[in-house]
Design a protein around this ligand. Sequence first.
Ligand code: NAP
Ligand code: ZN
Length: 352
Amino acid sequence: MSNTKVYSARSATSPLASTTIRRRDPTKQDIEMDILFCGICHSDLHTVRNEWSSVMSTVYPCTPGHEIVGRVTRVGSAVTKFKTGDLAAVGCMVDSDRTCPECKAGLEQFCPNIVLTYNSPDKHLGGVTYGGYSESIIVDQNFVLRVPANLDPAGAAPLLCAGITTYSPMRHWGVTGGQKVGVVGLGGLGHMAVKLAHALGAHVVVFTTSLNKKDDALRLGADEVVVSRNAAEMQKHAGSFHFILDAVSADHDINAYIQMLRRDGNITLVGAPPNPLAVSAFALILGRRSLSGSPIGGIAETQEMLDFCGSHNITADVEVIPIQKVNEAYERLLKSDVKYRFSIDMASLKSE
Ligand code: NAP
Ligand code: ZN
């Protein structure tokens, strides 16, 4: 076992601060990596502040972070997929039971015994797993991904959650060239959805509450941008979308977007606001529209997404910050003030 420097929160109301945790020694299937960059996902904030307590309570101390890119420093004797010095990545899962029908179908994200990268029971050391706001991490090789060499590591880190969470439902619902696709909320997930939907050939329309994101949305690959407070602009798109991805982190009126779908259109929630959303039955019934949700993606699909990003040169637009700015970054997330993902340069943790 070794001590590792991390940032963690002691309670739902404490700021993240420097401390140490214990990591296991690598088993024969494990990879140890030094973390280079870790993205900040809004899920980190929801978890640190225990905002999802009705579904999963946070165990403290909590070290979040599930958008991890690092350099392999040690491999177990049975590891075949990586060697020391390789660039490697870890997303939201570090294990699953591997025997259930979901795992057998390559859909580990639905495994009833999924082990999340943080705040999940840790079968090795007891307690809970600790995430990527950390110097290093040890993960089974089957849950470690390859990063295409042409991608900048700081911008590639957010692909491990924001990338796969938006890619997976678009593939599932068959987003393809010529379709009209809406993206609600231009944050970390939303901006990845724009880039990926554009690369899939869709006509992309962004719905934003932030007037100042209009030019960026177009630069990121949107064909049109609608400021959602403008009722006339909203009305123009009624009944016209094949697919809409809702990536909003807070309370909002989802019915306004359900009504934007054409017949048989689908709106998928990836945003996970803590409070239930009110859904109008009529908005769904008239038009046989569907509303669904989607969590991250399986390991094979995550690798497929990384390779897709490699071949299209897609990374997140990141603001690289030292770990010491993490609490400030959380406050900015709450103000929708991030362009468009914070990526923590983990070298900054060495000075703590
Ligand atoms: P983020 O960077 O903070 O982006 C959220 C965006 O939502 C904001 O930039 C803003 O976009 C919009 N927004 C915020 N408050 C709003 C409000 N009151 N009304 C309308 N729009 C609002 O967050 P993120 O990291 O992309 O995560 C988004 C959500 O997805 C979070 O709830 C997160 O937990 C969840 N998530 C889910 C999964 C999954 O597996 N399903 C994975 C990762 C994250 P505009 O400024 O453009 O309006
Ligand atoms: Zn995430």
